[in-house]
Design a protein around this ligand. Structure first.
Ligand code: UDP
Ligand code: MG
Length: 151
């Protein structure tokens, strides 16, 4: 059964530089997801090493940290039905070339090392990532559209 979840979505430095922040947020809003946290931030390498701790032994890790620290990112928490798995489907695959047309990576990028957006891969990762990027917490609110998005 699907439940209301929160997922951590981040527009990476290339997505910010390419002016895709608005388009990316619009896709989630239009689908029915609600923003419960959002900020524009220049992440440190140390912070990114925590975010990507599971990948620290991968050969691409140093390049990944450098890329992710190369400019500001937009950190967002979206809330809604099945937000984690559906959020990942909206992103597409890790490799943009393997991402379906209509997904964010499938529509806006080409290279795995410049794939413009991050999305949590499980509820457990989402909880960890939300705590890491928003230690101040999220903001709960009730959308007036709620009864038109959910039965
Ligand atoms: N990445 C890369 N080369 C690879 C695999 C991943 O540069 O061979 C980068 C890519 O930016 C990816 C990020 O590392 O988004 C995190 O990898 P992960 O496997 O968690 O993919 P994601 O969850 O972002 O789809
Ligand atoms: Mg991942």
């Amino acid at each position: 059964m699907s439940t209301t979840e929160r997922t951590y979505i981040m527009v990476k430095p290339d997505g910010v530089q390419r002016g895709l922040v608005g388009k990316i947020i619009t896709r989630f809003e239009e689908r029915g997801y609600k923003i419960v946290a959002l900020k524009f931030v220049q992440p440190t390498e140390e912070h990114l090493e925590k975010h990507y701790a599971d990948l620290r032994n991968k050969p691409f890790f140093p390049g990944l940290i450098k890329y992710m620290a190369s400019g500001p990112v937009v950190a967002i928490v979206f809330e809604g039905l099945d937000a984690v798995k559906t959020g990942r489907a909206m992103l597409g695959a890790t490799n943009p070339l393997a991402s379906p047309i209509g997904s964010i990576r499938g529509d806006f990028c080409l290279a795995v090392g410049r794939n413009i957006i991050h999305g949590s891969d499980s509820v457990e990762s989402a909880n960890k990532e939300i705590a890491l990027w928003f230690p101040e917490g999220i903001t709960e609110w009730k959308s007036v559209f709620e009864n038109w998005i959910y039965e």
